[in-house]
Design a protein around this ligand. Structure first.
Ligand code: UDP
Length: 330
């Protein structure tokens, strides 16, 4: 029996592949390498290059490898891009996910773990936000993911398919052993951008808005370390295999940091002072969003072990230096 990991050559997916292999699982990765990289997939996992929305390819793969569980990471994830090109997001994140689900149902895959997002909450009325808070996504990205949550719920009701939806807050950091990290060169995420500024790979960086109703005016986010997040998926897989039932869980640390606090942390940890420009708000950004994580802790038995912003920043910095060294050697 095999676990199929879509997007397993990408940032979070590659950390999940490492966890699965360490646990002795058989793994097949399906990735179109649009943002993922071949080198992120260890030899012990089979890599199939293709689209997860390709029903012929996916059905054949499920049959050939006797896939028992699908962990679905592959997606477009940039909020402002989704605002500029919403139909791309509904095609890739929603329509293709429907195709993947249709294959899972037709081929009798029992377990499905889905990468959802805190963006399904939009601007929450209170923080920390719990899973039963109202769902009012403010970006096409958030809506494209929420529609998949609904499809999963309905498909699981109608068929012998069981799911865990994990709503990620802000994923950051890198594998503590330095085997993987955020590798996409044009990544837009805050810690990656700040670390690149510290390394002089950018002349400076921008803060998107300091006029939010938060203590220092910049947005508050809950940064979760990527290995901790992968371990939440492992717990979800165990939960499903034990017959634990369908579940939707937040993944975060229940603590928020502001954009300005993150930038100060990056400057302190790297010991580099880089230029920071204050600019206008970015479309689709909620002011503050922090996870309530009791459900993941209590039902999945998930306990974070890397809940430390300094450590997360250090890992991101070390990984960025490693990427630079690799590029220089080419
Ligand atoms: N952000 C910023 N400058 C950057 C990148 C991000 O000020 O170069 C802010 C962004 O507006 C948001 C927070 O940092 O308030 C986190 O953004 P990110 O893109 O990392 O994740 P998101 O919360 O959009 O998933």
């Amino acid at each position: 029996m095999t676990v199929l990991v879509t997007g397993g050559a990408g940032y979070i997916g590659s950390h999940m592949v490492l966890e699965l292999l360490e646990a002795g699982e058989k793994v097949v990765v399906l990735d179109n390498l649009s943002t993922g990289r071949r080198a992120a997939v260890p030899d012990a996992a089979e890599l199939v290059v293709g689209d997860f929305g390709d029903e012929t390819l996916v059905s054949e793969l499920i049959r050939r490898r006797e896939v028992e569980a699908i962990v679905h990471f592959a997606a477009k994830i940039v909020v402002p891009e989704s605002v500029a090109d919403p139909l791309l997001y509904y095609l890739n994140n929603t329509a293709s996910a429907r195709s993947l689900l249709a294959c899972a149902v037709a081929e009798k895959v029992r377990h499905f773990i889905f990468s959802s997002t805190a963006a399904v909450y939009g601007e929450p009325e209170q923080n920390p936000v719990s899973e039963d808070e109202s769902l009012k996504p403010v970006s096409p990205y958030g809506r494209s993911k929420l529609m998949v949550e609904w499809m999963l719920e309905d498909a699981a009701f109608a068929h012998d398919l069981h799911y865990v939806v994990l709503r990620y807050f802000n994923v950051a950091g890198a594998d503590p052993a330095g085997r993987s990290g955020q590798s996409f060169p044009n990544a837009t995420h805050l810690i990656k951008v700040a670390v690149q500024a510290a390394l002089g790979l950018r002349p400076d960086m921008e803060v998107f808005g300091t006029d939010y109703p938060t203590p220092d005016g910049s947005c508050l986010r809950d940064y979760i370390q990527v290995t901790d997040l992968a371990r939440a998926h492992m717990a979800a897989l165990r939960h499903l295999r034990a017959g634990g039932g369908n579940l939707t869980c937040n993944c975060g640390y229940a603590r928020g940091y502001s954009v300005l606090e993150v930038i100060e942390t990056v400057k302190r940890v790297t010991d580099v002072d880089f230029g920071v420009r204050i600019s206008g708000r970015r479309p689709g950004d909620p002011a503050a969003i922090v996870a309530a994580n009791d459900k993941a802790r209590e039902i999945l038995g998930w306990t974070p072990v890397h809940d430390n912003l300094d450590e997360i920043v250090r890992q991101a910095f070390e990984w960025e230096k490693k990427l630079q060294a690799e590029q220089a050697a080419r």
